[in-house]
Design a protein around this ligand. Sequence first.
Ligand code: ADP
Ligand code: MG
Length: 700
Amino acid sequence: MTEETKAATDFGADVFGEEAINKYLSKDTAKKLQATIREGKPLDPSIAGEVAHGIRHWAMDRGATHYTHWFLPMTGSTAEKHDSFLELKDGEPIMQFSGKNLIVGEPDASSFPSGGIRSTFEARGYTAWDPTSPAFIKRHSNGATLCIPTAFCAYTGESLDKKTPLLRSMQALDKSLKRLMKLFGRAEGHAACTLGAEQEYFLIDKGYWKKRPDLVLTGRTLFGAPSAKGQQLEDHYFGTIPDRVISFMNDVERELWKLGIPAKTRHNEVAPAQFELAPQFEELNLASDHNMLVMDTLRNVAEKHGMKCLLHEKPYAGVNGSGKHNNWSVAFGGRNLLDPGNDPHENAVFLTMLCAVIEAVDKHADLLRASVAGAGNDHRLGANEAPPAVISIYVGDQLAEVLDRIENPKGAKHEEKGSLKIGVDTLPAIPKDATDRNRTSPFAFTGNKFEFRAPGSSVCCSGPMTVLNTIVAEAVDRIAAELDAAKVAGKAKPGEHTAAFHVALQKILQASLKTHKRVVFNGNGYEADWPKEAEKRGLPNAPDTLSALAALSKKENVSLFEKYGVMTKRELKSRHEIFLEEYANKVRIEGNTALDIAKTMILPAVRAEYLEVAKAYNETDSSNVKIAIDMLHGQMTELGSGLVKMKEAIDYLQDALKNYDTADTLARMAELRKIADSLEAVITSEKWPLPKYREMLFLY
Ligand code: ADP
Ligand code: MG
């Protein structure tokens, strides 16, 4: 085995997982801890001391001198505050890590956005260990830190992070599914959500990046004329991965494997210099934490390779942006409920889930849209290559026909005597891969899971996943309640259902589909007609962050989150405020950056070019060829009027910023960019102060 192949066998070496637990803890404690992890229960305080002791030894064996509670504050990044194991006892240094240090932390962390939840002075922030996401080691170039994944909340218990609502939403879905599955004769088991997050990103040479204040400060280019060659030839997509990039990817994957993250797929994406990494799916909460580590690792390793990894949704205009496809599914008792299944019983469960998801997405498309809203994604959603801002579901033609038959059994081609009995004899065996690939849908059924494609590349998965779990929990709960009311369950043996049960289920799904099938759209989401058709169907279309976020204050949405114990009214309100503020801040930073670049870099370059041409023109006399003089005059006029237009646009942008007008700032930035980009096309290349698209986008 070579060094390289050995890396694969190091999978999970930096995670306090099963192997480490068994090695560093006593048998009894190991068993208790494993049970806690499996059942997602709080840790038995009586074992905390021993667990902490074991974790410290394990971490120190791996070179860690410090530990931190690792959490997901509302900034959208991860947070850490390190403490060393070292303590002085009677003047002597000892290494120490107590059970209390493991279970709770008091980082205070008062500067994180709280949206008003921590307005009072005594409101400290607490972190609490989430044993379902194992502790891991973060390596630095000269040391290592033990990281303990935690939830972050206020002293009132109100959540201040992105993990807590996710965990609550998983509980809500678990509760609803237990209720439903019991009616299907499966009392035992619990719900397990899964997530596979495909991560798109761009790479850029660090030298170029450093010369672009817009990339440094905002993550995207605020100026830049398109390169003659972009993605038209589609020659980058799935092309041979260049060696410079492969060697980066290899290093990324080795680091991820050590962290127990099953990085699996890698390829060139559509835009030049754009790539994708997809891990194998995992339990949702773990996968969500892991995606944060994937983003961290991509950024860190790129640095070592003299590159920068851009996770912004739209670093470059005119080529594809980056998304993060959230592949989501839910299993119960170990069986994926979104798998069509082999027998009528499994099919009935599958169809019920399918209808529940359709109902959920139709009822709360506004919340799903809000969950992916943000300044970055505004440049991607609804743009030509991205899923449209209208949330619809793609199920494929075959399933569409099945749904049609549930809804209209009489009119269906394969009409049966009496009514259709779901999953019994009239339902065709649903092929395992019943769905074709439709890349234009924001929410697509893909064989045994749903793929939510609207999330942007930089988003923390927990937001969209919290919404999805909650809205599906509601739909499942509602269907279960109706089945309950029909009093048809429980008469048959598990797995065998009476005709009455099927008739009742059929009626419930029929009614649900009648109301909610409008959200099913199997056509091309990029067609210009679709938004018009969507409007006719009454589907919401929130084109930007501000209109999308409005969903968070709707009364029915507040009661939904409250009813399912995912967020209180106050928590939701605080989040709404945080998102609005984040949006305004980001646009403001962009506006100020654009202003700065325009005034101090672009304008001087245009002026220099103008003066040079003017000088040449003034030095000509009638002995020169007339058309050459005319040409110089024309160039001078173009540059001169460019200067005037730039100055005007700069003044407008300055006003918009002065007035704190977000929409106007964006509009003025766009105008300024248009002028600057057209000047880029006529100015001597070496005078242009910013690296060009043709340089940045072609790494090799
Ligand atoms: P594509 O690019 O065609 O969508 P990929 O193979 O790149 O497909 O990504 C599919 C993702 O979906 C992978 O991360 C995969 O592990 C994940 N996935 C597969 N089955 C499930 C499931 N049951 N639940 C959640 N994610 C899943
Ligand atoms: Mg995909």
